[in-house]
Write a protein that binds this ligand. Sequence first.
Ligand SMILES: Cc1ncc(COP(=O)(O)O)c(C=O)c1O
Length: 390
Amino acid sequence: MAPPTLPSTERILLGPGPSTIPPRVMRAMAAPVLSHLDPDLVVLLDEVRARLARVFKAPEGSLTIAVSGTGTSGMEALVANLVTQGTRVLVIVSGYFGERLAEICRRYGGEVRRLEVEWGRAVDPEAVRAALAAGPVDVVACVHAETSTGVLNPVREIAALAHDHDALVLVDAVTSLGGHPLDVSGWQLDAVYSCTQKCIGAPSGLSPIAWTPAARARRVDCRSFYLDVALLEDYWLRRKYHHTLSSTLIYALREALLAIDEEGLEVRWARHERHHAALARGLAAMGLDLLPPPSERLWTLNAVSVPAGIDEAAVRRRLLQEFNIEVGAGLGPLAGKIWRVGLMGASSTPSVLVLFLGALEQILRDLGHRAAQGGAVAAAGAALAEAVRN
Ligand SMILES: Cc1ncc(COP(=O)(O)O)c(C=O)c1O
């Protein structure tokens, strides 16, 4: 039997990640491999640290590096360095990734208190205030951009409240870094992790972190060797062997960060906002809505409510088979109820938007959903034209 072949055409990646990787980032990965202690790689690591500090807007003295592994490795690294037996952690659980954060804190011995939030809504800062008043807390952990529900949590307000109670703030910025405003220094976030495969525009496999001096001052004895931030710092700054970091992934991340600097971080945020707004207009023209209320919506991940009578999985299947477009399914209680449409990094472009809306409209009409032919693309186009004029 012939072996299975590798993909030969680009998938249009509009799921919750990975997003499309720009050709320049793919080309960077073809550069010759260097060892993890090669002087030429070390120079690149310094550059990556400096560029990550800018993307995170990390305060002076922060360690901004990329942990080897996907976003979950950054999540686990920061928990492992801030949470130990008896650490009192308030975890804001407003979706699947808040759940994961709570579970990892529990595994590291934390005394976890959960602040439950309805899936599809952002946490109300008043609820955080009340939870903090209910008893002492060492760490407040929350997800900035909850990919399972398409919701943006107000981490700036949460951080201010947490600091009033002398708690550290640990933030998941996996679906926000590079796509939504995030200001680790200005918002006084203490420890933040992200990933490379969403708004940054590189393949998965590294997890950027911002580890600030405030977090360092309250570091616990880390039970994990691989994820010990002090050992990682020894490698990234003092070239002490810890693990065999992939130079190929560093080339990719460096090229992606270079592209962000060239585009301009604020310009990039605005691009994500613009395309999200145009998508929402196009969907509305088909009678489709997004799950969260407008002021709580992510620009990077759109949770689209499946209209009554439509088979959610069948639509996803046809998008993939007939149009080569990937979108995500709902998780947990939202399974079957939403599509998760990511417009992140190089997947956030007018051409991709128009293609997706046209394809979705065609499939839905075919399945009996009432929508005027061409209406979605026209509405999105009008929104984009308005954005250019303003
Ligand atoms: C908000 C959030 N946190 C954490 C993760 C875990 O990241 P990874 O799958 O890269 O390990 C994801 C993945 O989609 C995510 O969306």
